[in-house]
Design a protein around this ligand. Structure first.
Ligand SMILES: Cc1cc2nc3c(=O)[nH]c(=O)nc-3n(C[C@H](O)[C@H](O)[C@H](O)COP(=O)(O)OP(=O)(O)OC[C@H]3O[C@@H](n4cnc5c(N)ncnc54)[C@H](O)[C@@H]3O)c2cc1C
Length: 308
């Protein structure tokens, strides 16, 4: 996959045949051929410069919205989660942050800077890059609701500043060009005149731990809420699916839109459970639930077992 370069020149962490279960919050997923965690932007560019032109690339953050199939991922995965990312306060309520920064850190720092509007990000266990790609949201807030502009990078390491208006922003989805990924974002926030930020953060974290199985292996909400009618969790609950299991994958009793990896589930168990929920809810309510979670990678080859 690499050109003439020497791996020793990179400061990041390079791994081969790396289990994706180590890089996803569901703790499932087969091996990535290669996985790289860049140290910083310069290092990322150096690494990209050494890739073969046709190397298949998969970009991830903290893997908190990913189901990686048991056959793993061909090519190279770039994980921005531990990248040395800065957060800079600019004039006029603008905050510039790197895509590898965690949403929690971003929310807390924005409050420290006396800004309001990004508190909702506090309990979302992903990176800013993932939040941009997913248009992550919670408690009425949405990532792109506070974005002013972003910088993207392509596989040749070329950076590009793009305004919010250039994107097609949808519920839990934002389209990016092929071979283009988020590098940073400038958020437009308001001055927190009432200085309520810390209290808002505390309240949001409390509300989350009261309603969600925090601390268990999951990807958060599996399905998007349908456009009309009741939320996905309600439909799943009313279908009597709370607690049902396939292999080690179980529908949470606390929040019906969460699937937990309870007992060494495989990605196959989880995908089967996703399909089962879709089928039952469709039969009962004639609503097709669409997964919010991104399902990637290959199946195990025919005749082999996910359980090894
Ligand atoms: C307990 C729990 C609670 C959650 N609560 C919420 C919630 O309240 N609201 C919500 O919206 N989500 C929630 N999630 C889901 C998840 O945290 C969010 O979708 C988050 O934004 C994903 O970020 P990530 O860095 O983990 O992305 P990943 O899971 O690593 O990737 C998700 C997608 O983003 C793409 N991506 C990642 N980084 C980049 C980048 N730099 N450039 C381009 N594309 C990129 C990936 O290719 C992939 O398609 C929850 C998850 C868990 C486990």
């Amino acid at each position: 996959m690499m050109g003439s370069g020497n791996l020793n020149q990179f400061e990041g962490r390079f791994m081969t045949n790396e289990p994706m279960s180590r890089h996803t919050s569901w703790r499932v997923g087969g091996m990535a051929d290669r996985l790289y965690i860049p140290h910083d932007l310069e290092d990322l560019k150096l690494f990209l410069g050494e890739l073969k032109e046709d190397e298949q690339l998969t970009w991830i953050g903290l893997g908190s919205n990913l189901l990686v199939r048991d056959g793993g991922i061909r090519g190279t995965v770039i994980a921005t989660k531990n990248m040395e990312d800065s957060i800079i306060l600019l004039k006029g309520g603008l905050l510039l942050a790197g895509a590898g920064m965690s949403c929690a850190q971003l929310a807390k720092t924005s409050v420290k800077y006396g800004l309001t509007g990004a508190e909702f990000l506090v309990g979302i266990p992903g990176t800013l890059g993932g939040a941009l790609a997913m248009n992550a949201g919670a408690f009425g807030g949405e990532t792109w609701g506070v974005v002013h502009s972003v910088t993207t990078i392509n596989r040749r390491g070329v950076e590009r500043i793009r305004s919010k208006e250039e994107f097609n922003i949808a519920y839990r989805n934002v389209e990016l060009g092929k071979d283009e990924w988020f590098l940073s974002a400038t958020l437009k926030l308001k001055s927190d005149i009432d200085q309520n930020g810390k209290a808002i953060i505390k309240d949001l974290l409390n509300r989350r731990s009261n309603s969600q199985p925090i601390g268990e292996a999951s990807c958060g909400s599996v399905f998007k809420n349908p456009d009309t009618g009741e939320p996905a969790a309600k439909l799943i609950d009313k279908s009597g699916l709370k607690g049902i299991a396939i292999g080690g994958a179980v529908v949470s009793e606390k929040h019906a839109n969460f699937i937990l990896n309870k007992e060494d589930a495989t990605a196959e168990d989880i995908e089967k459970l996703i399909n089962k929920i879709q089928q039952v809810v469709k039969e009962k309510f004639n609503v097709l639930l669409i997964p919010e979670v991104r399902i990637i990678g290959t199946y195990m080859p025919e005749g082999t077992s996910s359980n090894g």
